[in-house]
Design a protein around this ligand. Structure first.
Ligand SMILES: Nc1ncnc2c1ncn2[C@@H]1O[C@H](COP(=O)(O)OP(=O)(O)OP(=O)(O)O)[C@@H](O)[C@H]1O
Ligand SMILES: [Mg+2]
Length: 448
């Protein structure tokens, strides 16, 4: 039988003794001393269920990347081996509570340590964590039950299993960055960094060196060499948001990087080989930008190998109630806002009637605003900054009835995860009637 694999991460000190002892205990030991190493080991050696972090000294500023490893390698049960004074650091204690199965202090009682590792392994097996990728593909941090979200998640799973570039389209606030993160989390690169860059937010004079890095003295003010964001994403994914804002000159550099996987830091004659997956997004139509000569056609085709479109919220209205509830719960962690318990029927109705030009971000903002504004138990349309315009604007009673019927069905379907039997029971109608009404209101495919 194959020996169980254990990852030994020792960022600051040699780990020869620990490695030797672990081998004697019957583990197949894989060592890493930096983030790229952790990433490589986890990608190449599955299943790996237990990790040991060896830390004699704790220097938080040197070890920010260790937290990224702990967070991203969430398929592992981590056991710490610490020099007792290192635990004086509040940050290390926080890590232990957040990410660790257990810890021991040095000098180690190897027999005890062996028992702990055995428990950690059994716990990892019990949780069925041996496929961390499968686990990550579960929910992707996306709230919603609509057919449109299910289709998006399916596309994300597909593209995540490849290495090709992805171009994400979709309106502002629809969830493009969330989709990019999900692609990273579901991919073999999940243990590596995810670096998000908003190309429109960096000054044109700085963007070259921000993305590609620079050498000391390469321009006034460059007092030291600095790696760029592409290098920082090494082993992981770089998310280039608002790619249409990238100046043409840099589009050329990016194209070269996509073709050759090498970059030149500003002021350097040497090229560096970099292993990074590119996911880009744009809320403007890139084909139009190509036609207008603002975006390189060859770069467009290079990025657009796997296109993904995040649907606007108005095309998945059945997700509105669950999303609203999700944001409400999120805000409720703030102790000042405990008095609010939920949404009034009118508030839900107003949300179902709104067309959400700002998409999910607008919904999140309105719920946050309502939590602050509301002085009652239930949030009202006014708290959300929405009015019942459609019914107030002289719409006939029939139309109001139809809207109310549609809203009630869409909300119920959302609440019961589109289980027809449960929805029909809640609405007090037969399943056949529900099917008929879903058809009438265009709710049959899950798009609200
Ligand atoms: N399905 C979802 N479930 C939960 N939260 C979501 C969902 N979709 C989007 N959000 C949240 O809505 C906000 C906006 O999403 P995101 O930043 O991904 O949108 P975007 O398309 O990148 O927006 P922009 O075009 O303005 O950059 C974020 O806070 C995100 O977490
Ligand atoms: Mg964005």
């Amino acid at each position: 039988m194959a020996l169980p694999k254990i990852l030994c991460l020792s960022p600051l000190e040699p780990a020869a003794e620990v490695v030797e002892q672990l081998s004697l205990m019957g583990w197949d030991v894989l060592q890493a001393s930096d983030q790229a190493g952790v990433s490589r080991r986890i990608q190449a050696h599955q299943p790996m269920q237990v990790g040991v972090l060896l830390l004699k000294d704790f220097a938080p500023e040197q070890l920010a990347w260790v937290e990224a490893c702990l967070r991203l390698s969430n398929g592992l049960e981590w056991v710490g081996l610490f020099h007792a004074p290192a635990l004086d650091s509040p940050l290390l204690r926080e890590w232990v509570l957040s990410y660790f199965f257990d810890y021991h202090t040095l000098p180690v009682d190897w027999r005890e340590f062996h028992l702990t590792l055995g428990h950690a392994l059994r716990r990892a097996q019990l949780r069925g964590r041996d496929d961390i990728y499968l686990q990550a593909t579960g929910k992707m941090g996306m709230v919603g039950h609509s057919a449109a979200i299910a289709k998006l998640q399916q596309q994300i799973r597909k593209v995540a299993s490849t290495e090709a570039s992805v171009l994400i389209g979709g309106e502002s606030g629809s969830g493009k960055e969330l989709a990019a993160r999900a692609i990273h989390q579901c991919s073999r690169r999940a243990v590596g960094p995810f670096v998000a860059v908003n190309c429109g937010a960096i000054a044109p004079s700085l963007i070259h060196s921000e993305l590609f890095g620079h050498e000391r003295g390469s321009f006034t003010g460059a007092t030291s060499s600095k790696p760029g964001l592409i290098e920082a994403a090494s082993g992981g994914t770089i998310f280039l948001d608002e790619i249409a804002d990238l100046p043409l000159e840099l589009q050329t550099n990016l194209l070269r990087f996509l073709q050759e996987h090498t970059i030149h830091r500003v002021g350097s004659a040497h090229s560096l080989q970099i292993n990074v997956r590119v996911v880009a997004a744009s809320h403007v139509d890139l084909m139009e930008a190509v036609a207008a000569g603002r975006f390189r056609e060859d770069l467009f085709y290079r990025l657009n190998v796997l296109p993904i479109e995040v649907p606007p919220l108005r095309d998945r209205m059945s997700d509105v109630p669950v999303l609203a509830q999700h944001f409400l719960q999120h805000c409720m962690t703030d102790k000042h806002q405990r008095r609010v318990e939920g949404f009034s029927r009118q508030a839900l109705s107003a949300m179902m009637s709104h067309c959400w030009p700002g998409n999910v971000r607008e919904l999140s903002n309105r719920v946050q605003r309502a939590m602050v504004m509301s002085d009652q138990r239930l949030i009202t349309p006014a708290d959300l900054g929405l009015n019942m315009a459609r019914s107030a604007a002289g719409v006939g009673l029939d139309a109001v009835r139809t809207m109310a019927e549609r809203d009630a069905i869409a909300m119920t379907l959302g609440r019961v995860d589109r289980n027809i039997t449960h929805a029909a029971r809640e609405l007090g109608i037969s399943r056949m009637t529900l099917y008929r009404l879903m058809d009438k209101h265009g709710l049959a495919q899950g798009a609200g």
